[in-house]
Design a protein around this ligand. Sequence first.
Ligand code: NAP
Length: 348
Amino acid sequence: METKEVINRHVTLKDYIVGEPKESDFVLKSCTFSLKLEEGSQDVLVKHLYFSIDPYQRARMKYYSSSHKAPFASVLNPGSVIDTYGVAKVIISNHPDFKEGDLVVGMIGIQDYSIITPATGLLTKIKYTDIPLSNYVGVLGLTGFTAYAGLHNVCSPQKGEQVFISAACGSVGHLAGQFAKLQGCHVVGSCGSKQKVELLKNRLGFDDAFNYKEEPDLNAALKRCFPRGIDIYFENVGGDMLEAVLENMNVHGRIAVCGAISQYNRDKPEGVTDPMKLVYQRIKMQGFLAADYLNSFPEFIEKTRGYLIDGRIESLEDISDGLESVPSAFVGLFQGHNVGKKIVRLHA
Ligand SMILES: NC(=O)c1ccc[n+]([C@@H]2O[C@H](COP(=O)([O-])OP(=O)(O)OC[C@H]3O[C@@H](n4cnc5c(N)ncnc54)[C@H](OP(=O)(O)O)[C@@H]3O)[C@@H](O)[C@H]2O)c1
């Protein structure tokens, strides 16, 4: 049978990124691609459907000198295909565990098609197809799991505790807040627009929210929202917000350091000016990676799918179409353009 040739487009970096990312830092390239597998291989050929767009990728896009170790094993070199968590459909399979038409999730290149060796453990078959496939890169993907693991495994929330979430209308934040509400906590979020404040309070059930861009004094804003102090802080932004939170933490408070997006484009990240605040309040401040808790992933999927089906949590998705939209999708994360999980859709 004749092998079909297609055009396979991919997104790559023009060069390592310095400072704020710009759309012009990315380039869309294409090459011809044969829809066939090597005979005797155990590979699968997949067509890509949804890509997760994540701020953590910024750290993979910069140049590291020999004296500064990269935080991730795989730096994204200019010219190579950018990979991310995504959903794909099996077109051809030489692997006994996968068949044509299977829907899969895992690390895939930001391109139309790819050949993957499932033996590397990069691909998982999607079990439930009664929910939107895009959910597998958001609420039921690593994003949702980050919110779940950061809140439950790191912070152990108790009923009635006071919880603060920054970047609360973002992908991880809006879910962390809803998981905390399910635990009976009092939840307040910060975000960067009036529209996001309304969404958090009126649609997602947050007890309160504020627009940090309109608050001249973050310490005062937190004092207003937390007259009884903060027990748990789900940290997504760092910088001034972290400083203000440390002024408002209760004794034996917990801080889950999920990320610090305000620092990602800086040459020299800001630090905590007075670490003694952690001492006096006996605060546990712990960085974590969702990957540390993967043994809870099956439990997370079952529970969260249940919450979605019975309407106890809502997933906000911000979807744009086509590989051409990847640069603006990524750059927009640093400008607060996304509402909920940023996803790029292809072929779906
Ligand atoms: N530890 C882990 O395993 C793990 C996994 C996934 C993500 N993360 C981290 O979790 C955090 C949230 O990630 P996400 O995927 O959910 O992204 P996201 O919140 O969906 O998008 C980023 C949001 O951050 C806010 N932001 C951007 N620049 C900011 C600044 N200078 N100051 C304050 N807020 C700013 C923007 O919202 P506003 O409108 O509110 O400004 C933007 O929408 C990031 O720090 C990310 O690196 C960690």
